[in-house]
Design a binder for this molecule. Structure first.
Ligand code: ATP
Ligand code: MG
Length: 431
């Protein structure tokens, strides 16, 4: 590790004021401090406050052991087996409190470094605050806001990198990426989110080491993929992931389709989906992984569909078969929990039903619990040039109509039946 002396930035020289910190995190910091422990805010919370951004959450680091932390709080749960963390619960807000730890010798205990979920277990020994700083991933993620004097403690040169908008890994980049390849995804995520530049060294290193992600447990990659695509800058992140060859280990089937570049459907459809997701995140609207995976895997699914010219094979059945195949293959790389893969497959298998605008089935589609998501997906396909605008407009418009008008509409194009008496004046096409 390079020699780096401690830089202490006193309260008047930085922008973090207590009014910006969640009151619950402050309670935790103050309580630990009053009990005689060292207590600091660390990680993304400090980084984001210094950048004038709103932190996603506030993590606390302390020299109190998990047991000692628990003794201070009634509303406290210890989690994790090998390395225990404390969660202090305040209604829906959870403040995570971790004991300072050091990176243990990388050569010892090789087999047990990663558990079944692919979580890193190497850093499982308690340590000093300085050791705690050195085991973190990027310098800007290793700044400590110390509640005892409101100063910022920088052991790794993070302040300078923060001011320069630079993402620099702590220690030897190749060793740190080999130790935990997920750090490559984190590098891209932070670069995209913060608008930071990656060290030229990292830019060259990541494409070379990207295949190491094939060894990471799919469940852990699922968590990372959510952060990558639901963080508000999904479109930019997607382009960066592809640029650095990190997309392939996550979504090999999708990458194979994108690499062919024969038609631009998949790229356009995915870009539109991610741009939509970003817009929803910006507006504070909910986003679902089902929709994101539906867009990412739509084209691969279509390639897995059996031929439609087989007898008795409907398009819906073919989509169901293709969907099952794609989910099985994708799960080897990034797992998709059932509660999202089922709605994803439903979004897909509802697509052929939009072709049918007549009769009771059309009305039933409007009432389907997954109608809204499937309709949004239809719009994506339309934006990608895959279905006709006119069809989308029809489904857009019918939703704005009252039930009787809808019923009339779905019978409009049918062979004439006897008109019922007392029928209201028919609406014009765009009435
Ligand atoms: P976010 O805004 O996404 O929460 P964050 O920096 O807080 O960003 P977390 O995943 O919440 O990211 O992790 C908290 C801190 O733990 C990080 O800032 C970093 O110091 C450390 N950390 C997390 N993951 C790793 C890792 N894989 N290797 C080393 N340090 C890590
Ligand atoms: Mg965080």
């Amino acid at each position: 590790m390079s020699a780096q002396s401690l830089n202490i930035i006193p309260r008047p020289e930085h922008g973090i004021s207590r009014s910006l910190i969640s009151p619950n995190a402050l309670k935790v910091l103050n309580r630990l401090n009053q009990a005689g422990f060292r207590a600091c805010l660390v990680g993304g919370g400090v980084r984001d406050l210094l950048l004038g951004r709103e932190p996603k959450d506030f993590d606390v680091a302390t020299d109190a052991t998990p047991e000692q932390i628990r003794q201070q709080f009634r509303n406290c749960r210890l989690i994790g087996r090998r390395f225990r963390l404390a969660h202090v619960l305040f209604g829906r807000e959870v403040i995570e409190v971790a004991t300072f730890r050091a990176a243990s010798d990388p050569d010892e205990d090789d087999e047990t470094q990663v558990n079944d979920a692919g979580r890193l277990l190497r850093d499982n020994v308690y340590g000093s605050i300085e050791e705690d700083a050195w085991r973190r991933d990027f310098t800007v993620n290793a700044l400590y806001y110390d509640i005892s004097d409101f100063s910022i403690r920088d052991y790794v040169g993070g302040m300078e990198d923060l001011e320069a908008g630079r993402l620099r890994i702590i220690g030897d980049p190749e060793a740190r990426f080999r130790e935990d390849p997920v750090r490559m995804l984190r590098a891209v995520r932070f670069a995209a989110k913060l608008g930071f530049t990656l060290d030229p060294e990292l830019q060259a290193l990541i494409p070379r080491l990207a295949p190491l992600l094939h060894d990471i447990a799919p469940a852990r990659l699922y968590e990372e993929v959510l952060k990558l695509f639901h963080g508000g800058v999904a479109l930019n992140t997607f382009e960066m992931l592809r640029h650095y060859h990190l997309f392939e280990p996550l979504f090999p089937l999708t990458e194979a389709v994108l690499a062919e570049e024969e038609n631009h459907f998949p790229h356009t459809l995915i870009s539109h989906a991610l741009a939509n997701t970003d817009a929803r995140v910006a507006e504070g609207k909910p986003v679902t992984p089902a929709f994101m995976f539906a867009a990412l895997l739509w084209e691969p699914m279509r390639r897995e569909m059996p031929d439609l010219d087989q007898p008795d094979m409907s398009e819906i059945q073919a989509i169901q078969i293709g969907g099952a195949r794609v989910v099985t293959q994708q799960a080897r790389h990034v797992s998709i929990p059932k509660r999202f893969s089922l709605p994803m497959r439903e979004i897909w298998s509802l697509q052929p039903r939009f072709q049918r605008r007549q009769g009771r089935r059309a009305l039933q589609l409007l009432e389907h619990p997954r109608f809204r998501a499937a309709y949004d997906f239809l719009l994506l396909r339309c934006a990608a040039g895959e279905v006709e605008q006119e069809l989308c407009d029809w489904w857009t418009e019918i939703q704005t109509q009252a039930p009787e008008a809808r019923a009339e509409r779905v019978t409009a194009g049918r062979p004439r039946k006897r008109r019922r008496p007392r029928r209201r004046k028919p609406r014009s096409e765009h009435g």
